[in-house]
Design a protein around this ligand. Structure first.
Ligand code: FNR
Length: 184
């Protein structure tokens, strides 16, 4: 079964470790959020429509069977760019609902556990269903380095964890789709 996944990195840095985690999950398309404007609902009201970049992003979210989020932790929470993207696609009609998602994080300190739990919290408002395990918290700056200078994930153990998480995401997404088909 081929699922259409959308992967979103919460870091806009060229050599981002989080974007590197997404590249390690080969089969999922990376959806770039760097051209989204900062959320301002005046932008919708003035034109009677969403800005073009926002509309394109919302379409990609709507078309995906599942989501993969990779976010650094910024001051114990979700990254600003990722929250901005989550908010834009939540504007009515909400584009996130009833899909499965998994979370990866590369961060300093603990590896991003606090940011992951904040993403789950926001996901409650959006109707996203999260895979619970395996939890993948990556310490981006620990030695020996898990990422090369371009942000590519070079640590075999972490690559294996990413692979396991994606398998869990695929299984959960299929289960969720089966359930909604039964109830129709
Ligand atoms: C950070 N970083 C960070 N790390 C952490 O573990 N806990 C934290 O609260 C913070 N806070 C924080 C705030 C801000 C504004 C920045 C810029 C950074 C470190 C950060 O998560 C780390 O450098 C990640 O590796 C960055 O991810 P990318 O850009 O490599 O994907």
């Amino acid at each position: 079964t081929v699922l259409r996944g959308a992967a979103i990195s919460g870091s806009l840095r060229r050599a981002s470790a989080n974007t590197g985690l997404i590249r390690a999950g080969l089969q999922i398309d990376h959806v770039d959020i760097s051209d989204l404007p900062l959320l301002n609902t005046d932008l919708e009201a003035a034109a009677g429509a969403f800005p073009l970049a926002v509309e394109a992003f919302r379409d990609k979210v709507r078309g995906a069977d599942c989501f993969l989020f990779a976010s650094p932790e910024y001051n114990y929470s979700i990254s600003g760019p990722l929250k901005n993207a989550l908010d834009w696609a939540s504007r009515p009609p909400n584009r996130w609902g009833d899909r499965a998602a998994a979370i990866l994080s590369a961060s300093g300190g603990s590896g991003g556990d606090r940011s992951q739990y904040h993403i789950r919290h926001v996901g409650v408002a959006l109707g996203i269903h999260f895979v619970i395990k395996p939890e993948v918290f990556t310490k981006a700056h620990q030695l020996p380095r898990k990422f090369d200078d371009d942000g590519n994930l070079v640590d075999p153990e972490t690559r294996e964890q990413v692979r396991k998480l994606l398998l869990a995401l695929q299984a959960f997404a299929l289960k969720l789709q089966g359930k909604s088909a039964d109830s129709e």
